[in-house]
Ligand binder design. Structure first.
Ligand code: M6R
Length: 602
């Protein structure tokens, strides 16, 4: 949530910052800002709304020659999305950008105000710059003043500070929010993830929690609580799987179409002829493990829920699923024979990361399933399996969900193999189905055109119910989440058999039911549930291989002998339905209101 870019060197800094922020804009787009110091010239621009507003505002400004610069794109946490609340925040002669939350900011603010400091914004971030200046005014020495400042902060932060008091230096600190340093010869970059600096820096260092320091004359001076420390850079990929939409209208659309292809990548080297292989897991990884607990948020939570059916049914291992934000405060009973799995597209979701830290403190072995290598969750886990979906830019997660599901499906077979709870025949049957998955995810012109046409009938009403049974219940939850986050229409996912226990009271022609009716799983049961809704005049969109007379609209999927293939095919239908409804409503599909791609706050 929020994005940071920094650069120190001779190049045109404004462009470097704006290009970098463009890459991060999906993380937050309430407002953006930059601050640049060249010699004794200090320039600062901010604009609310999307980055293009900042670009427009800085059109005439050029920043050539050596200088230091920081930029930020914001997703509001403290205070409204206004220009005053946008970063960088100004003191008397210094600027700061920050991701995360300073938990003791109220206390610090009161202290500073009592000393005569006036605050311009409602943010927690502004305390950092005033604290720094308070200490600098006493010592006249910038780095000790910055160190002193960092020592006072509680909470999560990744922060960059520049000051006229040291116009050739960028100060940095990281604790709980991601931050990295990129290098290209004497030039140094900062960013909150690697995408803004790919193609610019050739090497990178991922800062650890508790590290801070400064950069001057191309040299990074790194410290932690034990004092000065050395660090090892690593090569940064040059492959910019970039911002191109490749002719699609939206990243989400592109990402839906990519699913068929990326599923192949997810399986490479893992799905073998007669077995599942994870190089990431050492051979004793499951020794002593009798249960699995999975923790995640949002879409990743839905993939976790689906996998619980598979772990218990296929691997015969007890599996509990927890929403990370609930898990953190419920004082859970954790036993060491439980494998703690976290699932996250970004690897930076604060609640999931904190849940993982809790489990580790309780002595549990941990595994993460994640799309971003070197992310905080990956680094924190004992082992990690990457989903290999490629960069996902649409805020509404699609291909990350598909690849998470694939990894989890493979993992259930792997656990079955390890625990010898799965027969050769079943393993063979599952692998055969797995290899047919990419085909189930192909978006045909006919399907997309049909959903485009049909979407116009679903722009009003008083709500949507996505219903399904078994693994199609979490898919119903996911379908509803996709629709609500980009259409802003009310949608719920429900177990089909549960409608009669309350929600059916809502049924009338303005209640839209999206019925997931796979042929391989409880077809007759769900058919009865949908008939009950139809009898109450609910409008039914049935998704099924089997024609259904009572449906007002019908999307025919493929007859198949495996539920997971029906699952993936129906997943694509629900994604396209959400996309097309959102397009018709004129919404910003890739950057829906009030959301951010990576939720690094509690
Ligand atoms: O990066 P993560 O998978 O940890 O993110 C979790 C959720 O914030 C995320 O899935 C969110 O629900 C998406 N917007 C769903 O499309």
């Amino acid at each position: 949530m929020c994005g940071i870019v920094g650069y120190i060197g001779p190049k045109e800094k404004k462009e470097i910052l704006l290009e970098g922020l463009q890459e991060l804009e999906y993380r937050g787009y309430d407002s953006a800002g930059i601050a640049i110091i060249e010699g004794d010239k200090l320039n600062n621009y901010k604009a609310i709304g999307k980055l293009e507003n900042l670009r427009e505002k800085t059109k005439a400004y050029k920043s050539e020659g050596f200088g230091i610069s920081i930029g930020h794109t914001r997703w509001a946490t403290h205070g409204k999305p206004t220009e005053l609340n946008a970063h960088p925040h100004l003191g008397a002669y210094s600027y700061v950008v920050h991701n995360g939350i300073i938990e003791n900011y109220q206390e610090l603010k009161v202290e500073l105000q009592a000393e005569g400091v006036s605050f311009l914004s409602q943010t927690d971030t502004e305390t950092i710059v005033h604290l720094f200046e308070k200490y600098y005014n006493k010592s006249n020495d910038a780095f000790p003043a910055f160190e002193e400042t960092i020592r006072r902060l509680e909470g999560a932060y990744a922060t960059l500070l520049i000051t006229e008091a040291a116009p050739d230096t960028i100060f940095f600190a990281k604790n709980g929010s991601p931050m990295l340093i990129g290098f290209d010869k004497d030039e140094v970059y900062f960013a909150s993830s690697d995408t803004p600096i790919i193609g610019k820096a050739t090497e990178v260092y991922y800062l650890e929690d508790g590290e801070y320091g400064y950069v001057k004359e191309g040299t990074v001076h790194l410290f932690d609580s034990n004092g000065s420390k050395s660090f090892t850079k690593q090569a940064l990929t040059a492959d910019k799987v970039s911002a191109q939409k490749d002719g699609y209208r939206f990243f989400m659309e592109k990402e839906i179409y990519e699913q068929s292809h990326v599923m192949g990548d997810t399986m490479i080297g893992r799905v073998l002829d007669n077995s599942i292989n994870f190089e990431e897991l050492d051979e004793n990884f499951f020794e002593g493990i009798n249960a699995i607990k999975i923790c995640a948020c949002g879409t990743s939570y839905h993939s976790a829920l689906t996998s619980a059916y598979l772990f218990e049914r296929i691997s015969k291992v007890r599996c509990d699923i927890e929403i990370a934000s609930e898990f953190r405060y419920k004082e859970p009973l954790l036993t060491k024979d439980t494998l703690f799995i976290t699932i996250s597209q970004s690897g930076e979701t604060a609640d999931t990361l904190e849940a993982l830290k809790m489990a580790k403190r309780a002595g549990l072995k941990s595994l993460s399933i994640c799309n971003v290598d070197n992310s905080s969750i990956v680094r924190e886990s004992d082992a990690a399996i990457l989903t290999r979906a490629g960069i996902e830019k649409g805020v509404a997660s699609t291909k990350a969900f598909a690849t998470q599901m694939m990894v989890l499906w493979m993992l259930t077979l792997y656990v079955g193999q390890e625990k010898k709870s799965i027969s050769k025949e079943v393993l063979h049957k599952e692998i055969d189905a797995m290899l047919r998955t990419p085909k189930a995810l192909v978006v045909t012109d006919e399907l997309h055109a049909k959903l485009q046409r049909l979407s116009k009938r679903y722009l009003h009403g008083h709500g949507f119910f996505f219903i399904g049974r078994d693994i199609f219940f979490p898919l119903a939850l996911e379908g509803a989440l996709k629709l609500k986050e980009i259409s802003y229409l009310h949608a719920e996912g429900y177990p089909a058999g549960e409608m009669k226990h309350g929600p059916i009271a809502l049924a009338d022609s303005e209640l839209f039911t999206i019925a997931l009716m796979p042929k391989t799983m409880h077809y007759d049961k769900i058919k009865s549930n949908v008939e009950e809704l139809s009898a109450r005049d609910a409008t039914i969109l049935a998704i099924s291989p089997e024609p259904f007379d009572l449906a007002d609209d019908f999307i025919q999927t493929t007859y198949d002998s495996h539920p997971m293939l029906e699952f993936f095919e129906m997943m694509v239908v629900t994604q396209l339905l959400a996309l097309e409804i959102s397009v018709r409503l004129g919404n910003d599909v890739d950057m829906p209101r009030n959301l951010a791609k990576s939720v690094t706050v509690e």
